[in-house]
Design a protein around this ligand. Structure first.
Ligand SMILES: NC(=O)c1ccc[n+]([C@@H]2O[C@H](COP(=O)([O-])OP(=O)(O)OC[C@H]3O[C@@H](n4cnc5c(N)ncnc54)[C@H](O)[C@@H]3O)[C@@H](O)[C@H]2O)c1
Length: 250
């Protein structure tokens, strides 16, 4: 057990990477509040974690809505009595150049991926500061942390923002005992990627990277566990690439 007696709030916990993180944190002894805009899948996921004998609840949350974020943070502390870890996993992906991106699509993507990370972090920080410790783990991407990619202007911009927001918060709250890091996943086999690409495209895409395969959500969760745990007690402001070598060859 690497997270005994810890309380974690995981956003985007109904699917993909967030779901794997919620399951792994709970299996490692944490009490986990799964928060997601997708109510049915999120409630099912929390039920399954409880059926496995671990501690989890579900809260409906749109991370772009400040009032909902405040309420879910209060609910987490009210339910489990504390809050030590925030995993900002909620995210959306749209493709398009600047010319192909509508104002509405741009605003929605930034609201979820970047403003959502800001709002959730802002809501948990006062509690963590009062306790003198806390770990926030954001999700950037290989695109946006290290380089850009074609036809994803809004997404790449949001992830670039998450990268520098991570470093800003790491610097601003280091002396209060808060560690803030980000994971930069390479292409990972999740519903997000499967919605964006056909199976044949996915296979061809995966072959272009050094390991020649997509990452798995549980491999991202393992990195999140490290950053959330005491093993990472001197790690803050870090962009941890979990990408099968993708950025090594850029
Ligand atoms: N899959 C990849 O290849 C990959 C690579 C790099 C980064 N990422 C990032 O990892 C994170 C998770 O992505 P994933 O691949 O697991 O996707 P996913 O679509 O499987 O899961 C995303 C989850 O976020 C939830 N969500 C979306 N909008 C929300 C909102 N406004 N409020 C609350 N929840 C919301 C969805 O309901 C879903 O459950 C995202 O930030 C994504 O950008 C993914």
């Amino acid at each position: 057990m690497r997270l005994p007696s810890q309380v974690a709030l995981v956003t985007g916990a109904a699917s993909g990477i967030g779901l794997a993180v919620a399951r792994r944190f709970a299996a490692e002894g944490a009490s986990v509040m799964l928060a997601d805009a997708s109510e049915e899948a999120g409630a099912d996921a929390a039920w399954q974690i409880r059926a496995d004998g671990n501690h989890a609840q579900f809260a409906h949350l749109d991370v772009s809505q400040p009032d909902q974020v405040t309420q879910v943070v209060e609910q987490t502390i009210g339910t489990f009595g504390d809050l030590h870890i925030l995993f900002n996993g909620a995210g959306i992906l749209t493709y398009g150049t600047v010319l192909e991106t509508t104002v509405e699509a741009w605003q929605r993507l930034i609201a979820v991926n970047l403003t959502g990370t800001f709002l959730c972090s802002r809501a948990v920080l006062p509690h963590m500061i009062a306790r003198g410790r806390g770990a926030i783990i954001n999700v950037s991407s290989t695109t946006g942390s290290h380089d850009a990619c074609a036809h994803a202007a809004a997404y790449v911009s949001s992830k670039g923002g998450v990268t520098l927001l991570t470093r800003s918060m790491a610097i601003d709250f280091a002396k209060q005992g808060i560690r803030v890091n980000a994971i930069c996943p390479g292409p990972t086999d999740t519903p997000m990627l499967r919605k964006a690409l056909t199976p044949a495209e996915l296979e061809a895409f995966a072959k272009t990277y050094p390991m020649g395969r997509l990452g798995r959500s549980d491999e991202i969760a393992a990195a999140a566990l490290f950053l959330a745990s005491e093993d990472a007690s001197f790690v803050t402001g870090e962009m941890l690439h979990v990408d099968g070598g993708q950025t090594a060859e850029v």
